[in-house]
Design a protein around this ligand. Structure first.
Ligand SMILES: Cc1ncc(COP(=O)(O)O)c(C=O)c1O
Length: 391
């Protein structure tokens, strides 16, 4: 990935990361739950209005904790979109659950809520909406259905910190939500994550699971005079060095978000006419969703045309990437019965979606180069993009 003049992603400093790391070292506590971890917890809980937030070693681990805390059992079913990262479902498969793969909406590329009813069974335990690119899933419908059937909602909000659905922060709808602070995210510390706990009844158990199954956190708060093994668990808490890095990023959230918004809107403006002429679809963000501007993607008319754009950008020293390979037809997905599910929109999108370079300190000049290179690609044959008229 290193040889590109314009990379797909570049981890950016906001200014205070290294100062805070050295402060953490001077404070003499660089294992988990030190000063900066507590600052991150407070900042996120206050800003989002969540009962409790705990940093984790990754978004993947936040999902693992959720599946453990909810006692997901073998044979129970968990509904996920097929168009997502493997961690969304691995957490539940690790507990023996069966994945049930939903297709996505052609507009937002989020879980298609209109399919949920037909995917429910008496064994359905959890629905995991993934807010793709930080654009909210249709949470009104999803939460109403889940509540009426006694099904739990765990939000995979890896992309969506500070995004909103009908004015309410993403990550505050399900009983639990997972955040990611991986290097590619708007706010990052290399590898990291957080679990948002909206149901306070789960807080004590999650604290224990995150601390190797012990009540060590209560011991440190002086609530018990020794700590011991209380439950299953693992080591899910990040070093305070990572939290110090992350805290600097979170403190700069308005600058980071303003820059990303500028870049996202600029991509849209500069590519709109070209996209219209070549039947290329740009992202759709419904009026009731406020996005955190995490991803800028194109939907090319065909897979070959996507490859042509990738190759042309590569020749200009620009890295563009695609994701996700559909889970229902992956090797593991098939082994778990994924073939039972038809997800035509997922298949269509997975073949055509292209993510453009997008990072916090991208310059307008770098962005101009990407746009020029894209619009240079000739011979995009119109007439085959059946998602253009998508709702
Ligand atoms: C939708 C989604 N869920 C979960 C994750 C896992 O997050 P992490 O890389 O922090 O483990 C990712 C990672 O990019 C993701 O895109």
């Amino acid at each position: 990935m290193g040889d590109y003049r314009i990379p797909f992603n570049r981890p950016c400093l906001t200014g205070k990361e290294l100062e805070y790391i050295s402060q953490a070292v001077r404070l003499g506590h660089i294992s988990g739950d030190g000063t900066f971890t507590k600052r991150c917890h407070a900042l996120l809980a206050d800003e989002l209005g969540v009962a409790k937030v705990l940093l984790t070693t990754s978004g993947t681990h936040a999902l693992d904790i959720a599946a453990l805390a909810l006692d997901v059992r073998p044979g129970e079913e968990v509904i996920v979109p097929s168009f997502t990262f493997v961690s969304t479902i691995n957490a539940f498969v690790l507990r023996g659950a069966k994945p049930v793969f939903a297709d996505i909406r052609p507009d937002t590329l989020n879980l298609d809520e209109s399919q949920l009813e037909s995917l429910l069974s008496p064994r359905t335990r959890v629905i995991v909406p993934v807010h793709y690119a930080g654009v909210g899933c249709e949470m009104d419908t999803i939460c109403a259905l889940a509540e009426s059937r006694g099904i739990l909602v765990v939000e995979d909000n890896a992309h969506g910190l500070f995004g909103r659905y009908r004015g309410r922060y993403l990550g505050t709808f399900g009983c639990l939500a997972a955040q990611s602070f991986h290097e590619t995210k708007n706010f990052q510390c290399g590898e990291g994550g957080a679990i948002l706990i909206n149901n306070p009844a789960l807080a004590e158990r999650i604290e224990i699971i995150r601390e190797k199954g012990t009540n060590r956190s209560r011991f440190f708060r002086g609530e018990v005079d020794k700590y011991g093994w209380m439950d299953v668990g693992s080591s899910f808490l990040p070093s305070d060095i990572l939290a110090a890095f992350l805290y600097a990023q979170l403190e700069s959230r308005s600058d980071i978000q303003a820059r990303r918004r500028h870049l996202w809107e600029r991509y849209f403006r500069l590519l709109e006419d070209w996209a219209g002429r070549h039947e290329v679809r740009l992202p759709v963000v419904p009026a009731h969703c406020e996005q955190p501007h995490h991803i800028f993607y194109l939907l090319l008319p065909t897979g070959e045309q996507r490859q042509a754009v990738i190759s042309h950008l590569k020749a200009r020293g620009i890295l563009s990437v695609f994701h996700y390979l559909p889970l229902h037809t992956s090797e593991m997905g098939r082994r778990l019965g994924g073939d039972e599910y038809a997800c035509p929109v997922t298949d269509w999108v997975a073949e055509r979606l292209l993510r453009l370079p997008f990072y916090n300190d991208m310059t307008d000049e770098e962005q101009d180069e990407v746009v020029t290179a894209i619009t240079e690609v000739g011979a995009l044959r119109p007439g085959r993009n059946s998602l253009l008229g998508a709702r």
